[in-house]
Write a protein that binds this ligand. Structure first.
Ligand code: SAH
Length: 400
């Protein structure tokens, strides 16, 4: 019998191994001295330091800026089926057993990429439908395997694949949205967040259908809503708005630029038997200027814009955008009002975002107290080894 040929190796330049011994999962080409063997894109490689010490097993892709994504730091645990199964198990068990989110009408993120040691895989679960979003070629090539393993761990009626824009350029990956296996998802899946019900379309909705990361922030915001007139800016399908009604809001106006979001939001309101929410379709950046000019005053304003900075070079203009929105939100708030303000730009740190708020407070002459500094819900954890995956900031403030 001939022994199998040794796996290809990626050898790092001197002095470049530290972050990877430190378990950062993204290896960029700049740190690499040479590749031994001819790995195909998506295939496993063993990564070694310049001194010849094994660091980790990863998946290779020379079409990506991330030349190797690292997954296993144990030489005896290569990237075989057993490895993927145990990683998925660790992720799914936490959501189902600890968080109790895998239940009828439940919805949660069961796998969150680097945070679960599975760089490039997002898996969201909506009452039996699994939505997979691969953002790495190596993961995309293993999608059937990963789906099969997830089906062993979760109740799954069907698996749908959603793609993120820009993956062709970023990863050299050809992929379109499609049903991978099982039953096609219905046009509306009903999910429950506590006492509030939402209709989700996992094929056409934003992200994989719902902003799962804001689940607990919606609930937290609702605790301040009693008796207040609430303005929900960038409302999508009314997540914050309907939670605030539950919290006793006197009335809510939800504003979003997407016709589909507004339409779904109106149906969500009806579905919850609620008639105190209005939805308005508008560009919020212009709408807030007009509302200030009209002299509008609200008791609570929620600001949850889309990601304004995608890359580092977009940070200055994103900061101007957040500054503008938060200044206007403060001007729209009555003394004693509540501001719930969010940023989902990973490029903007919590400190930087707090700085934007401070400047907005100063510019409008308001005293602002931070009551709660929040992040994403615990089904979107943050890996200490990959701080890049901490992206969501949500500050709940009292405005005097
Ligand atoms: N708060 C929502 C999530 C908001 S995501 C929730 O809890 O579910 C950001 C939203 O901003 C999206 O619904 C998107 O349609 C909307 N959006 C993007 N650009 C916009 C703009 N310029 N004006 C208004 N809405 C916008």
């Amino acid at each position: 019998m001939t022994s199998p040929s040794p796996p290809p190796r990626v050898v790092l330049k001197p002095q470049r191994a530290k972050p990877f011994f430190g378990r950062h999962p993204w290896l960029f080409a700049g740190a690499v001295a040479r590749v031994v063997g001819e790995p195909e894109n998506g295939q496993p490689v063993a990564v070694y330091s310049a001194e010849g010490q094994f660091i980790a097993w990863g998946l290779y892709n020379d079409r990506s800026q991330i030349l190797v994504r690292l997954y296993s730091w144990d030489y005896d645990q290569p990237l075989d089926e057993q490895f993927w199964r145990s990683r998925l198990q660790r992720a799914v068990q936490f959501r189902s057993e600890e968080l109790g989110l895998v239940r009828p009408k439940g919805a949660c993120r069961v796998v969150f990429s680097e945070a679960d040691g599975l760089s490039g895989l997002i898996a969201d679960w909506y009452d039996g439908w699994l939505v997979l979003q691969p953002t790495a070629l190596g993961i995309r090539q293993r999608l059937e395997l990963l789906a099969r393993l997830l089906r062993d761990l979760l109740p799954v009626r069907g698996v749908y694949v959603r793609t993120e824009k820009g993956m062709r350029e970023a990863e050299g990956m050809e992929l379109e949205d499609h049903l991978l296996e099982g039953e096609p998802p219905p046009a509306e899946i009903e999910i429950e967040e506590g006492p509030v019900r939402f209709l989700v379309n996992v094929c056409t909705g934003q992200k994989t259908g719902w902003y799962l990361d804001q689940r607990e922030n919606r609930q937290a915001a609702a605790r301040y809503a009693r008796g207040r007139r609430v303005l929900d800016l960038f409302s999508y399908a009314g997540g914050f708005a309907l939670w605030c009604v539950r919290g006793g809001a006197a009335e809510v106006l939800a504003v979003d630029s997407s016709a589909a979001a507004i339409e779904l939001g109106s149906r969500n309101a009806v579905h919850n038997g609620v008639n105190s929410v209005r939805f308005e379709r508008a560009d919020v950046f212009q709408w807030v200027d007009q509302a200030v000019a009209r002299g509008e005053q609200w008791d609570m304003v929620i600001v949850d814009p889309p990601r304004l900075a995608r890359r580092k070079r977009g940070v200055p203009s994103a900061l101007r955008g957040y500054g503008h929105l938060n200044r206007k939100a403060l001007e729209l708030l009555r003394p004693g009002g509540i501001l719930v303000t969010c940023s989902c730009s990973g490029q903007i740190s919590r400190e930087l975002f707090a700085g934007v708020l401070r400047e907005a407070a100063f510019a409008t002459g308001r005293d602002v107290q931070i009551l709660e500094q929040r992040g994403a819900a615990p089904d979107h954890p943050v890996s200490l080894y990959c701080p890049e995956n901490s992206y969501l900031k949500c500050f709940i403030c009292r405005v005097l």
